[in-house]
Design a protein around this ligand. Structure first.
Ligand SMILES: Nc1nc2c(ncn2[C@@H]2O[C@H](COP(=O)(O)OP(=O)(O)OP(=O)(O)O)[C@@H](O)[C@H]2O)c(=O)[nH]1
Ligand SMILES: [Mg+2]
Length: 606
C-alpha cells in the first residue's frame, strides 16, 4: 500500500480534529428554546424558504428553485436533526464517480460485504448506511434524512436507505455509501448531492483515471465554501504513476483551497473472493477513522465544523433566494403594468369616443334623426313644456318603435366600440407579455383575444346603463320642468336625449342641434332641442350618465385585464418575501453566533 505523505502528520491525528477543536469544545451550545434559539430560527427560515416560489421564468428562477429545495432538504435531512443531537454518531458520506470503488472501499473498511459492488455502472442506486450495532437505533429512528425509508434489505429504490450493522466498525462512526455524483441516472446525481449535504464528513473517492473530472471538483468547491470537513481518497493508482498523479492531485487540491483535506492514495490491487481490498491497502484510512471514532472531542469538532459551515453558508444562499424573490416580484409588477397600460389605453379610447362625437354617426345618427324627425321626441317633450303632456303621451303610446330602435342603435354602437377596444387591449397585452421572458410562459393563445362572452357582457352592461339612465332621469329629473315623474314615455324620451347628450359631450351639443336641424325639424322643435340640451338639468344628468357609463366600462375592461392579472397574481411571491427571507436568515446568523458553534471558525482561517 502507498499513501501520499502521511495524512496524520499533514493534518494532525485525526487531521480535521486539530484544526477545528475550539477552546470550549467540551461545552455544549446553550440549549435555548423559543424563537431566538438556533433550531427556532432555522425552523423559521425553513418556513420562509418553503413559502417562497419562483414560478416566473427568469434567469435566476431555476437555480433559486433548486437551491430552495436543496436548502430545505439540508435543513430537514441534517441541520435540524444534527443540532438536536450533537452527540449522535458521526456520519461519513462516501461520494465520487461511478466505479471509483466506493462500495468496495466501504465494504473493505467495515470488513463485510454490506454494499453491492459490481461491474454494471452505476451499481449503487439506493444508499447503504453501515454503522456499529450500538448506533443502529439512532439511524433507524429516522430523524436524519427523514425522507428516506429505512429498509433492512438491499434495494434499488433511491428513496430507500438500507441500514446495515457491522461490528467491525467502531461505535460513533457510520459510513453512508452513496450513488455516484456524476451519474447518467438523474435520480442518482440528485440523491448523491442530497446525501453529501447531510454528511458530517465527506469521504471523496476518485481514481487515477477520473480525478480531473469537472463534476467532483464543482461539488468539492461547494463543500469547501460550506466549510464541510473533507477527506480525499485517490483509488486504484497504478504503482508506476503514484508519485506523479498524487503530486498533481495535491496541487489541484491546493489550488482549490482544499490543501488541508487529508489525502489517502490507494494503489491498484486485487479484490479478494469477497470483493474486499487487502487490509494492508486500507490500513491508513482505517486507522485514521479508528482514531477519529475513539476521540470524542475530535468527532465533536468535525461535527461542529461541518455544521457551522453549513449554517454559515445559509446566509449567502438565502440572500440569493431573496434577490430571486425580489426579481419575481419586479417581473410580476412589470407584467402587470403592461396589461394595465393596454387596458388603460382601451378606457381612454372609450372616453375619447364619448368626447369626439364619433359615436353619433351611422346607425345612431340615423335613428336619432328618425326619432327626432317623426316628432316623437317633440311631441313628448313639447307636450310637457306646454303642459299638455298627458294628452300627447296618450297620442304616441303604442308607437314606441323609433325610441326602441334608437336605444338598440346606441347599444350596438357602444358594444362595437367596446369589442374593438377590448380586442386591441388583449392584443397589446398579449404582445407585451410575449416579448417578456417571464410573460411568454404565462400566456395561452386565448388571451390574444377578448374573452368569448365579452359581447354578451358588453350588451348586458350597456342595457344596464340605459336602464340606469332612465332611472336617473326618473329620480333626478322628477321635479324639472320638462320631465314628469309619472310619464314613463317622457322619461324614456328624455333618457334617450340624455344618452345622446352623453355621446355628444357638453362641447358637442351645438352639433347635436345641427343634427336635429338637419333632420328638418320645425323651429319650435329647434327651440325644444335648445331647451333640452341647453338645460342645466340635462347637462347634469348627462354628466352623471357619462360617469356611470365609464365606471361600467372600467368594470368590464377590468374583468378582461384580470384574465392576465390573475396569472401574475398566482405567480407572484408575497410582497415582502425577499425581506422575509433576509430577516429569517439574519435571525439564523444571530442565533448561530450566540450558539458558540462558530467559535472554531474564528480561529480557523479557511
Ligand atoms: N482490481 C480492483 N478492482 C476494484 C478496486 N476497487 C473496486 N474495484 C472493482 O471495480 C468495480 C466497481 O467498484 P464499486 O465499488 O462497485 O464502485 P462504486 O464506486 O461503488 O460504483 P457505483 O456504485 O456505480 O457508484 C467492482 O467490480 C469492484 O470489484 C480495486 O482497488 N482493484
Ligand atoms: Mg457503489
Amino acid at each position: 500500500m502507498t499513501t501520499h505523505g502521511d495524512p496524520a502528520t499533514r493534518s494532525g491525528a485525526p487531521a480535521v480534529a486539530a484544526r477545528t477543536d475550539p477552546p470550549d469544545a467540551a461545552e455544549e451550545p446553550p440549549a435555548t428554546t423559543g424563537d431566538d434559539s438556533l433550531p427556532g430560527a432555522l425552523s423559521g427560515l425553513r418556513e420562509a424558504i418553503g413559502a417562497t416560489r419562483y414560478p416566473l421564468a427568469l434567469p435566476s428562477a431555476n437555480s433559486a428553485r433548486h437551491s430552495a429545495t436543496a436548502l430545505t432538504d439540508q435543513l430537514d435531512d441534517y441541520l435540524l436533526p444534527r443540532l438536536a443531537r450533537l452527540d449522535a454518531p458521526l456520519l461519513v458520506v462516501v461520494g465520487g464517480s461511478t466505479g471509483a470503488g466506493k462500495s468496495t472501499l466501504v465494504n473493505s473498511l467495515v470488513k463485510a460485504r454490506v454494499s453491492a459492488a459490481g461491474v454494471l455502472r452505476p451499481t449503487t442506486r439506493s444508499p447503504v448506511l453501515v454503522c456499529n450495532p450500538s448506533d443502529a437505533a439512532w439511524f433507524r429512528q429516522g430523524d436524519l434524512l427523514p425522507g428516506l425509508t429505512r429498509t433492512t434489505e438491499p434495494s434499488d429504490d433511491p428513496r430507500a436507505l438500507h441500514l446495515v450493522t457491522a461490528p467491525a466498525l467502531p461505535a460513533g462512526l457510520a459510513f453512508l455509501d452513496a450513488p455516484d455524483i456524476d451519474s447518467v441516472v438523474d435520480a442518482n446525481r440528485a440523491l448523491a448531492t442530497q446525501l453529501l449535504a447531510a454528511a458530517d464528513l465527506w469521504l471523496f473517492v476518485t481514481t487515477a483515471a477520473r480525478y480531473a473530472d469537472a463534476v467532483p471538483w464543482e461539488l468539492l468547491r461547494s463543500a469547501r465554501t460550506r466549510g464541510a470537513v473533507i477527506a480525499m481518497v485517490l483509488d486504484r493508482v497504478p504503482a508506476e504513476a503514484t508519485d506523479e498523479i498524487a503530486a498533481h492531485l495535491t496541487e489541484m487540491l491546493a489550488e482549490q483551497d482544499l490543501g488541508r483535506a487529508p489525502l489517502f492514495v490507494l494503489p491498484e490491487t486485487w479484490v479478494d473472493g469477497q470483493g474486499l481490498l487487502p487490509e494492508g491497502v486500507t490500513a491508513p484510512l482505517a486507522d485514521w477513522f479508528a482514531r477519529l471514532a475513539a476521540d470524542v472531542d475530535a468527532r465533536a469538532a468535525v461535527v461542529r465544523q461541518t455544521l457551522d459551515g453549513a449554517l454559515a453558508a445559509l446566509h449567502p444562499a438565502v440572500e440569493d433566494l431573496a434577490d430571486a424573490a425580489d426579481e419575481q416580484l419586479a417581473a410580476a409588477d412589470g407584467l402587470d403594468e403592461r396589461v394595465r397600460a393596454a387596458y388603460r389605453g382601451a378606457e381612454r379610447t372609450v372616453e375619447q369616443g364619448l368626447q369626439d362625437g364619433r359615436l353619433l354617426r351611422g346607425e345612431v345618427l340615423a335613428r336619432w334623426q328618425e326619432f327626432v324627425g317623426t316628432g316623437e321626441l317633440f311631441r313628448t317633450l313639447e307636450a310637457r313644456i306646454g303642459r299638455l303632456r298627458d294628452r300627447v303621451v296618450a297620442a304616441v303610446t303604442g308607437r314606441p318603435a323609433p325610441a326602441a330602435e334608437l336605444r338598440n342603435a346606441i347599444e350596438s354602437q357602444l358594444v362595437t366600440l367596446l369589442r374593438g377596444v377590448a380586442s386591441e387591449a388583449a392584443e397589446s397585452a398579449y404582445t407585451g407579455w410575449k416579448a417578456h421572458p417571464a410573460g411568454a410562459g404565462l400566456l395561452d393563445p386565448a388571451l390574444a383575444h377578448p374573452s368569448d362572452d365579452l359581447p354578451e357582457r358588453a350588451e348586458r352592461m350597456v342595457r344596464d346603463w340605459q336602464r340606469g339612465v332612465l332611472e336617473l332621469v326618473r329620480v333626478e329629473g322628477g321635479d324639472k320642468r320638462f320631465v314628469a315623474r309619472t310619464a314613463a314615455y317622457a322619461v324614456n324620451a328624455t333618457g334617450l336625449a340624455v344618452m345622446i347628450a352623453v355621446f355628444a359631450s357638453t362641447a358637442f351639443i351645438p352639433t347635436g342641434l345641427e343634427l336635429a336641424t338637419g333632420a328638418g325639424t320645425t323651429v319650435a322643435a329647434q327651440a325644444v332641442l335648445q331647451a333640452i340640451f341647453g338645460d342645466q338639468a340635462v347637462r347634469t344628468l348627462a354628466a352623471k350618465a357619462r360617469t356611470d357609463l365609464l365606471d361600467r366600462v372600467r368594470t368590464l375592461l377590468d374583468a378582461e385585464a384580470d384574465r392576465f392579472l390573475s396569472r401574475t397574481a398566482d405567480a407572484r411571491p408575497a410582497e415582502d418575501a425577499g425581506d422575509g427571507l433576509r430577516r429569517a436568515a439574519g435571525r439564523v446568523e444571530l442565533a448561530r453566533h450566540r450558539s458558540g458553534l462558530s467559535a472554531a471558525d474564528e480561529e480557523d482561517s479557511r
